[in-house]
Design a protein around this ligand. Structure first.
Ligand SMILES: *Cc1c(COP(=O)(O)O)cnc(C)c1O
Ligand SMILES: [Zn+2]
Length: 412
């Protein structure tokens, strides 16, 4: 049973029926899915709001599908890890890591948005799907389209990490490398979606796609025993994830499932592509687009579609914004790996490094609970840390050779 009531413009509030499309015809504002809140409340009271499964589809009734999900049934319900060593290093009393580096099937939080978008594409009757991507979305669309038998075209900036390019192509997707940055790729995808009538998950299916990100917020709260963490640090690209985590927790509070405690969302970006962080810092109402130059390619969106809403969400929640330089990103990746045994991609390095700065400047008090969102897997961005790791000298396969190596090692 679906609780979806329609689509609504986030700016002028004009209502639309459920259909493909992302922008208001009146004011070009972004459309958002609306729900029958009373229906939700009744279902929550009667204990039938949540599905008894351990995946993101536990929250299917809070998502915009009419029927059951068709793909990505294993996606979500990733570990919420209690951090001890990183917490001690950062001087925090209570630190948790939401580990979407091990999300199924393609090791990033993007699997969540894609399983909703492709299930919706099937409900709409599309047979060809696509996306404009900074890498992880390409992997997720390619994999899940393959699994459900949809033809897929993924368009990416040509200079992406080779791991992400190779993986997308391996799933049989038509991988189109575009000689331009993400913002140019995205503009092209808008034209293709209009011109050919295909479903682009983050273009004409964006209102449905974006709702998948809410499941990160639902899971964090439920995994904490329906407790709301005081601070959540979220990496931002288009700025959608941070607004949806905030929205999700607000929904749980409105439905009486989560305690009504205040919480702040903090948005982080790479210094080389920080248009949302800059807008927060400078108190600007409008996002000033930038040309991305950073190793955090998954976050390299210079003209973020939801930047304005991300900025507003951060400020309204009492959160703040912070950025990390490329060397700090590498340090952040290494710090997380060495303290917690979790190898995150560059976006995770941004989160850890920027969170450290937020703590140091008092934006996150050390005695309050904190969740860091680790959104992607480090095996996809090994080049970023290649220069920061050291191997021991190669040795012959003999015990003596090993002993002399160990004797020559400086104590760790
Ligand atoms: C896409 C992405 C994000 C940010 O998502 P938005 O909703 O576009 O802000 C964060 N981390 C990783 C690893 C991503 O791939
Ligand atoms: Zn409008």
């Amino acid at each position: 049973m679906s609780f979806v009531s329609g689509l609504q413009c986030r700016e002028c509030k004009r209502k639309y029926p459920v259909r493909p499309g992302a922008a208001c015809e009146e004011c070009f504002g972004p459309l958002e899915v609306t729900y029958d809140i009373d229906g939700w409340k009744e279902a929550a009271r009667e204990g039938r709001l949540l599905e008894p499964v351990h995946s993101m589809w536990r929250y299917a009734r809070l998502l915009p599908l009419e029927g059951p999900p068709r793909v990505g049934l294993e996606t979500g319900w990733t570990p919420l890890v209690r951090s001890r060593k990183l917490a001690a290093t950062l001087g925090l009393k209570e630190l948790w890591l939401k580990n979407d580096a091990v999300n199924a099937p393609t090791l990033s939080f993007k699997d969540r948005v894609v399983s909703v978008a492709l299930s919706k594409a099937l409900e709409f009757g599309f047979t060809v799907v696509g996306c404009s991507s900074t890498g992880n979305l390409a992997n997720a669309v390619a994999a899940q389209a393959a699994a459900v038998g949809l033809k897929s075209y993924v368009l990416v900036p040509a200079d992406l990490e080779s791991e992400k390019l190779i993986a997308s192509a391996a799933y049989g997707a038509r991988l189109v490398r575009v000689l331009g940055n993400y913002d140019q790729v995205n503009r092209l995808c808008t034209e293709i979606a209009d011109g050919l009538g295909w479903a682009f998950v983050n273009v004409n299916l964006r209102p449905f796609y974006a709702e998948g990100s809410k499941t990160v917020g639902y899971e964090i709260v439920e995994q904490l025993g329906w407790r709301v963490p005081r601070h959540i640090v979220v990496p931002m690209a288009g700025g959608s994830l941070i607004t949806k985590i905030h929205k999700a927790i607000g929904e749980l509070q409105a439905l009486g499932l989560a305690e009504k405690a205040p919480f702040s969302v903090h948005g982080v970006q790479a210094e080389g592509c920080a248009p949302i962080v800059q807008a927060v810092r400078q108190g600007l109402d409008r996002i000033q687009p930038v040309k991305p130059r950073t190793i955090a390619k998954s976050l390299a969106i210079g003209n973020p579609a939801d930047g304005h809403f991300a900025r507003r969400t951060i400020l309204e929640s009492g959160g703040s914004a912070e950025s990390a330089t490329d060397p700090e990103i590498v340090e952040g990746i290494r710090l997380l790996a060495e303290t917690e045994g979790i190898l995150a991609e560059t976006a995770g390095g941004v989160t850890v490094a920027a969170a450290k700065k937020l703590i140091e400047r008092g934006a996150i008090p050390r005695d309050e609970s904190v969740v860091l969102c680790i959104t992607g897997n480090g095996l996809k961005t090994l080049d970023a840390i290649r220069g920061s790791v050291q191997f021991e000298q190669e040795i012959q396969p003999s015990f003596d050779a090993f002993l002399s190596l160990v004797e020559n090692l400086t104590p760790a």
